[in-house]
Design a protein around this ligand. Structure first.
Ligand SMILES: CC(C)(COP(=O)(O)OP(=O)(O)OC[C@H]1O[C@@H](n2cnc3c(N)ncnc32)[C@H](O)[C@@H]1OP(=O)(O)O)[C@@H](O)C(=O)NCCC(=O)NCCS
Length: 176
């Protein structure tokens, strides 16, 4: 079994790895993942990660990657930019594992490390949303996430269908 390394990337690190980050995103969209894209569009994906680089630079987001033999195979991000009354919250977004690297515990490890980091940053409440019925839902539940509810017709799939989303949360510390 190959060793997986996990690393928090800063803006310069992410900029250097743009092609690899796009590759993970593209691999997921190609398999029909509901992650904000309705088709494989290299330019849109590049813009997406360029925006992330800017957010990393100003501290609005943090990006954790998983590497297998140096190649980035997985990502997860913490969104830290919150309104003044919500600075105890963080949102977890873009949990992505390249199709070649799935079912070996990478997503679980990414989530555990992201949750730990959010706690270190003083965030006590985590939120996310995920397409209802996706394989990520049981993963989140097994990590102690609760379902707040479902929103029908939330996002268009790569197949053109309007999918419901499940909004989830996890308290990782005492509310102030
Ligand atoms: C969801 C995703 C991140 C899981 O990545 P992964 O590294 O394969 O997941 P793990 O190996 O850590 O599996 C963790 C758990 O997820 C669930 N799971 C993951 N893939 C599954 C599958 N194909 N079928 C059923 N359950 C699955 C299982 O509960 C699994 O636990 P187990 O191995 O003990 O049974 C990956 O499939 C992916 O990138 N999908 C596309 C992007 C996406 O939809 N991300 C979620 C956005 S909210």
């Amino acid at each position: 079994m190959k060793t997986i390394n996990y690393q928090w990337l800063d803006a310069a690190g992410a900029q250097q790895e743009l092609a690899a980050l796009c590759n993970v995103l593209d691999g997921c969209v190609a398999q029909g993942a509901s992650i904000g894209f309705v088709k494989r569009d290299a330019q849109q994906m590049n813009h997406f990660w360029q925006d992330v680089v800017l957010s990393l630079a100003c501290g609005d987001k943090q990006l954790l990657v998983a590497r297998c033999e140096e190649r980035i195979v997985g990502t997860v991000m913490l969104v830290l930019a919150m309104p003044a009354n919500g600075v105890h919250r963080a949102e977890v977004v873009k949990l992505l594992v390249h199709p070649d690297a799935r079912r070996s515990g990478i997503a679980r490890a990414l989530m555990q490390q992201a949750e730990a980091r959010a706690g270190q940053l003083g965030r006590s409440l985590l939120v996310l949303d995920t397409r209802s019925g996706d394989v990520a839902e049981p993963l989140y539940r097994s990590l102690g996430w609760q379902t707040a509810g479902q929103i029908p017709g939330y996002a268009r799939s790569t197949a053109g269908v309007m999918d419901a989303t499940t909004v989830m949360y996890k308290a990782i510390g005492p509310a102030d």
